[in-house]
Design a protein around this ligand. Structure first.
Ligand code: SAM
Length: 353
């Protein structure tokens, strides 16, 4: 079987398929995406041996917006014996390019998938042992591959592998974050995931400097502000809605009741974060204005997606920002991702030099 298995948010298979199609084409690789609505995954079939390998060698997962996790396909096992699944899995794994060092048993992120997690857990130990006996799993080697086995039902699974350096560190690309009880809203998890996903530990230390200033547009009731305050940043919170008393008691927050599209900071700040529910192109334009004017250096913001043409809309918004920054000769890195805690939205991170 030739191609890639890609995990995505259920309901966004079309966007994920369009994106991998475009990115593979940019590498000169043709393929065909198979995406069943609400399945939580996309199969990107390729025509030539080695094409899927080339894609994962040359395309960083981090550059994809709608893909959470992925692997190079070896096989689809459709009729695993429910009394001995391990033999069928071992047989399918004989074509691994070399011994792997990790094993992930997973399911698509759907309600049906959740019912299979107990099966995954029960297979983990015996399969690990059997793979070691077959020398398909070892403690170390140069390539650091992870074997992925994604169960679709109790007798069918997609099987493959991925080099660890180009895969998500989180199983199925899903970070399990605990909601901090003191935070004023569950939205706080979006910004926490964004900080973990987009920034390396060094970047977090260098860019989220205690004592520096951030503006939070659309801040009420304060979940995003809370993430910044807990990192000891001062926050100017812009929203006509109220901020939670607990966050105001920190003494780190100035609440200004104003329109986020009209507000301008008196002094430059390090950070702009923005979670306003607005047309994505208006948000993109606003963010570009902040960066081009040098009002902030780093930003994390959400683009709330429309019902239709969501992939095209994201591309248009990101292009608008990049074009404006390039026209102003502002060197920058830009990453976008539909995070696990995002719903009908994507999150964007931009760092200017
Ligand atoms: C999704 S909520 C933000 C939640 C917040 N990030 C949190 O973690 O608690 C969106 C907020 O944007 C605010 N908002 C929408 N349009 C705005 C505008 N033009 N100016 C300022 N705030 C706006 C709303 O009042 C609302 O509080």
């Amino acid at each position: 079987m030739l191609g890639l298995f890609i995990h995505c948010r259920p309901g966004f298979e079309g966007e994920c398929a369009a994106e991998i199609h475009d990115k593979a084409a940019a590498l000169g690789i043709a393929g065909f995406a198979k995406a069943k609505a609400d399945s939580g995954y996309v199969i990107f079939g390729t025509y030539n041996a080695g094409d899927a390998e080339t894609i994962v060698q040359r395309l960083p997962l981090q550059t994809l917006i709608f893909a959470r996790q992925w692997f190079v396909l070896l096989a689809l096992c459709k009729e695993l014996s429910v009394v001995d699944r391990i033999s069928g899995l071992i047989e399918a794994l004989q074509t691994l390019p070399c011994a792997a060092t990790q094993l992930e048993l997973e399911t698509p992120d759907t309600n049906d998938g959740k019912t299979l997690l107990a099966l995954c857990r029960s297979l983990e130990r015996p399969l690990n042992k059997a793979l070691r006996e077959e020398q398909l799993l070892s403690n170390s080697n140069d390539q650091n591959l992870t074997i992925h086995i994604c169960f679709l039902n109790t007798s069918a699974a997609y099987i493959g592998y991925i080099p660890q350096h180009n895969s998500s560190p989180w199983p199925m690309g899903i970070p399990r974050l605990k909601f901090p009880k003191q935070a004023p809203s569950r939205s706080t998890l979006k910004l926490e995931e964004a900080i973990l996903h987009f920034m390396t530990p060094d970047q977090r230390e260098q860019q989220l400097v205690p004592g520096s200033y951030a503006v939070d547009l659309g801040a009420s009731p304060g979940g995003w502000t809370w993430q910044l305050v807990r990192r000891s940043l001062h926050v100017i919170a812009i929203d006509n809605g109220p901020m939670a008393e607990s966050i105001m008691e920190s003494g780190m927050v100035t609440h200004i009741r104003a329109d986020g599209f009209r507000y301008q900071p008196e002094n430059r700040v390090q950070w702009l974060v923005c979670d306003m529910v607005e047309q994505p192109i208006r948000i993109a334009d606003l963010i570009a204005r902040w960066l081009v004017n040098g009002w902030c250096r780093f930003t994390i913001f959400n683009l709330k997606l429309p019902m239709k043409k969501r992939y095209a809309e994201v591309q248009q918004c990101l292009a608008l920002i990049s074009d404006k920054l390039n026209a102003a000769n502002i060197r920058h890195t830009l990453q976008a991702r539909q995070l696990y805690h995002d719903r009908e939205e994507v999150t964007v991170y931009i760092a200017c030099d």
